[in-house]
Design a protein. Structure first.
Length: 274
């Protein structure tokens, strides 16, 4: 005789299996609900923390161009070019004594003959210059900036001046100081000159020996003086500060390196300008 089937055990397994399925379903539902809550929960917004009394960040200064007086309208001043009685050049390694400064609306005061006429024809409306004594006391230099209409006119002046000096149809003038200060030699001694264009400006310098003697060809000291005045001070100093101040900006062009003479001095090949 077969033993009776225990049906209650089968129902027990069904209950257990059904209960497990419910637990699994609840677990899945719980994960889904957690996911929904995570998606709906707003993310915290990060807000910048400002230090007390801290100034808000400022926008960079607008940089314009030196190519024209239309964009670089502020006139030059003697104080801008030569602010004190001494001028330190090259990280203060060379100190020049400023003897006299001049700012003029007539560019012809700083040149003679066809050179003066050329500057006027090309729209030069201002020259700012100074006479300085070199650190060794053996040379005098007149240096400054001619303010022309635009870069094209400045480059025309640069290119034409060489021919005019070679043909002795004009020259740059030295700026003399007071009587007895030794600067009268600037109008009579053989001089070395150099010039360079940056934007609508023509930078120039004129060097003489204080004893009035001629400057020898290949004089390295005179080459250093011209480089100090034209490249380091006027271009990298004065005009670069004008650019960095938001008035105008453009890269510095390398100085033109050709002969530079007037008044009978012989030429060198390592001087800026002509």
């Amino acid at each position: 005789m077969e033993p009776p089937v225990r049906r209650g055990g089968g129902r027990l397994w069904q209950v257990l299996i059904g209960g497990a399925a419910v637990l699994v379903l609840l677990a899945l539902c719980g994960l889904g609900a957690a996911a929904l809550l995570t998606e709906r929960e707003p993310q915290p917004q990060s807000t910048p923390t400002l230090q007390p009394n801290a100034a808000p960040p400022s926008a960079p200064a607008e940089r314009l161009t030196l190519d024209s007086r239309d964009t670089d309208q502020a006139p030059l001043t003697a104080k801008e070019l030569f602010p004190g009685k001494e001028l330190k050049v090259g990280d203060g390694q060379s100190t020049y004594q400023v003897v006299k400064t001049q700012s003029s609306g007539s560019c012809a005061v700083a040149a003679t003959g066809e050179v003066a006429d050329l500057l006027v024809r090309l729209g030069c409306n201002q020259v700012v210059r100074a006479t300085l004594r070199t650190p060794d006391g053996n040379h005098l230099v007149t240096a400054g900036l001619f303010n022309l209409t635009d870069k094209v006119s400045a480059e025309r002046a640069r290119d034409r001046v060489r021919q005019l000096l070679d043909e002795r149809q004009g020259r740059f003038r030295g700026l003399t100081g007071t009587e007895g200060d030794g600067t009268g030699v600037l109008t009579s001694a053989p001089a070395r000159v150099g010039w360079q264009v940056r934007g609508h400006y023509l930078a120039y310098a004129l060097v003489v020996r204080e004893d009035g003697t001629a400057i020898k060809a290949g004089d390295a000291k005179v080459g250093e003086i011209l480089f100090d005045m034209i490249e380091l001070h006027l271009s990298r100093g004065v005009l670069q500060q004008r650019a960095d101040g938001g008035t105008a900006a453009q890269p510095t062009a390398a100085p033109t390196e050709t002969n530079g003479t007037q008044g009978g001095s012989t030429g060198d090949d390592d001087l800026p300008g002509d």
